[in-house]
Design a protein around this ligand. Structure first.
Ligand code: MG
Length: 131
């Protein structure tokens, strides 16, 4: 990462981000065989080793915690926390997530299928009018 000394809390999705998208309805039987995205484990473990906090934040149901933890263990990915129950977007009227918080640094990235380095770019974002 660019700012080597800056540590952050990474909130990282699982299905479609760490491994092939597996809907809740099929996750009990398909999680353990879901293909892990190339470089996902290496990327997360590097951030973990740098001292960042790794929180997996998933819309999986609570009843899928055991198989989800087993999958993460099988992958040998290091993390600090697994948060289940993120509001679901699939099959809803909602287009996505919009995170608002009073902490000093908020960043968000849409995972587009490749775990590569994070770089700084000038981009257009939604922000409050008074900022
Ligand atoms: Mg997902």
């Amino acid at each position: 990462m660019n700012d080597a000394k800056e540590k952050v809390v990474f909130m990282i999705d699982l299905d479609g981000t760490m491994w092939a998208d597996t809907p809740n309805e099929e996750a009990a039987t398909k999680t353990l065989t879901a293909e892990v995205h190339q470089n996902a484990v290496e990327w997360v473990n590097e951030r973990y080793d740098e001292g960042h906090y790794i929180c997996f934040f998933t819309a999986r149901w609570d009843k899928l915690r055991e198989v989800t933890e087993q999958k993460l263990e099988n992958m040998k990915v290091n993390y600090h926390q697994l948060l289940m129950g993120k509001p679901r977007i699939r099959h809803t009227e909602y287009a996505g997530y919009h995170y608002i918080d009073n902490c000093a640094i908020i960043r968000a990235n849409r995972f587009e299928g490749a775990w590569s380095d994070l770089v700084k770019k000038q981009i257009e974002i939604h922000t409050f009018e008074n900022e």
